[in-house]
Design a protein around this ligand. Structure first.
Ligand code: MG
Ligand code: MG
Length: 266
């Protein structure tokens, strides 16, 4: 496995500032999440916010079969991740996973959250609760566990107990001056998780991002080359924070994402 770079206290401070802008972007998007809005309108608002804050989008132009065209990924219902914003209008009962990331002063922040549009079904509600719990439990586990695989195991146990499945086609990642750095951070447990294990130690900064499906874990990519959907059409959620391990324990660098009372201060 390639080398993991540990971040200094000063560097983590710069990443906290980047993470704060990501939380600000979520606050901008969150206000707009009502029936009738198009996902393009949300993306435009986040792009404008990034411009105003003089930060760089890490998504726009991201290499793939076609370069990623937007500053957010907006994935609705059975869409898991990498949904491309466009003319689709949100409807009452939708769940919407919004993922965005930026670079500020050479350091990166990355966070995703799933939001409900009005009243959603009981299944979607439970899926959102379990998704949020799985991310919170993981951050809590980082206080005591020594190896990532043990953290992942606890995440897996929670999700299985709820009767849902964890997507294993995508992983979380180390993050620093690049959005994707070593190590790979599987948001699930498998034999490979044990084989590719890494130590939880101060200076490690991770983007932890469980994706949880109501039904099968299996994934299909749409013809746009990006949007990942569940093969059974059942809903999916995605919760991600950028988290630093410090000598005082884990710190969420994208704090405020998912908090309705969060206020962005430039
Ligand atoms: Mg992300
Ligand atoms: Mg990420």
């Amino acid at each position: 496995m390639s080398l993991i770079t540990l971040k200094s206290r000063r560097e983590i401070g710069l990443m906290r500032a980047a993470g704060h802008v990501v939380a600000g972007a979520h606050a901008v998007a969150r206000e707009m999440l009502v029936p009738g809005v198009t996902t393009q309108e949300i993306d435009n608002a986040v792009e404008e916010f990034f411009r105003k804050e003089k930060v760089t989008s890490l998504f726009k132009g991201f290499p793939g079969q076609v370069p990623y065209p937007a500053v957010t990924c907006i994935s609705i219902n059975e869409q898991i991740v990498h949904g491309i914003p466009g003319g689709r209008r949100l409807e009452e009962g939708d769940i919407v996973s919004l993922d965005t990331a930026c670079r500020k002063d050479r350091w990166c922040g990355d966070s995703a959250w799933t939001y409900a549009i009005g009243e959603v079904s009981a299944e979607k509600q439970k899926l959102m609760e379990v998704g949020e719990q799985s991310l919170a439990l993981t951050i809590e586990a980082l206080k005591t566990e020594k190896r990532w695989s043990d953290v992942a195991q606890r995440m897996m146990d929670l999700v299985k107990q709820a009767g849902f499945s964890l997507v294993d086609q995508f992983v979380g990642h180390g993050i620093g001056q690049e959005m994707h750095e070593p190590p790979q951070v599987p948001n699930f447990f498998s034999k490979k998780t044990r084989a590719d294990d890494f130590e939880i130690q101060p200076g490690l900064v991770l983007a932890i991002e469980p994706m949880i499906n109501a039904g099968t874990k299996n994934v299909r990519i749409l013809a746009d080359h990006w949007t990942a959907v569940t093969t059974d059409g059942r809903p999916s959620v995605h919760f991600e924070h950028t988290v630093a391990i410090t000598s005082n324990g884990p710190e969420i660098l994208t704090a405020g994402v998912g908090d309705p009372n969060f206020v962005y201060s430039p």
